[in-house]
Ligand binder design. Sequence first.
Ligand SMILES: [Zn+2]
Length: 308
Amino acid sequence: MLGQQKAVLSLQAQLRTNRIAQAYLFAGPEGVGRKKTAIEVAKALNCRDKEQIEPCDECPSCRKIDKNIHPDVHLIDFAWQAGLLEEKPEQQTQIKIDVIREIQREISLKRFEGNYKVFIIDQAEKMSQSAMNCLLKTLEEPPENSLLILVTTSQDMLTQTIISRCQIIKFNRLMDSVVHKILTEKFNLSTNLDRITKFANGSVAKASSEDFIEKTEFVNELWSGLKSKEDDTINLLELSKKISHDSEQTKEFINNLLILIEQDLVNESRFSKVAEFILSCKRALRYNVNLNLLTDVLLLKTQEIICR
Ligand SMILES: [Zn+2]
């Protein structure tokens, strides 16, 4: 696992000495390998080749887990919940108590063929309050040979009681040098590497997505137009439409814009004012705001502050 030596070494040591916790919390940013590592742990625990700690990737058990069809290993996410509730995946906004009850039913059954029952809950921070309370019972008295792995980007959104019953494994932002390597190898980039690396924010998934370069160029151009006053109001309102398709997109744009503003203005007095304003726009995303209106204000007011 690229760039996550500490997390991986700690898990390997526990596997080697048979001191697996009954619940883990894999916490860290998007795209750094948390879910993949959780699956590797499930494979290692159930692998039929007992000669080594690392899973063999070839036995029937490893293969079934890779295909997500192993009867004792469950990857719980919105798609899984949608299947359980017979709803559409895009309708899922939080992990419901029904899912936790299903896990509890499943975890109490005899193992089908594996050594361990493993439940990986992706986006665990999306559990509803009642789901978290319900899960607590399982965390307090987990059955033998069962393992829960909660995967999260936002540990602070889980209740303290949940966190205290899990062993926390931290996944770090990938080091910029690793992202550098990906950018040069995948995109053949040689110029502006440092600036572009910053946009990836330590995430391999981000750095290697097909439209990554396109997105960074878009923000770069927009920022140039904004600060040079080349873009007039009509122009900015047009651009605003392009960054308000959904709140994730707007959030990503705001993060990227902040990176550029910090690079260009950090030593100037207008920096704190504009950064403060942009952060207040980002916070507004938590509420049910009209996105296009928000990005209109974001662009127009940012230009007003920096060109004053
Ligand atoms: Zn195997």
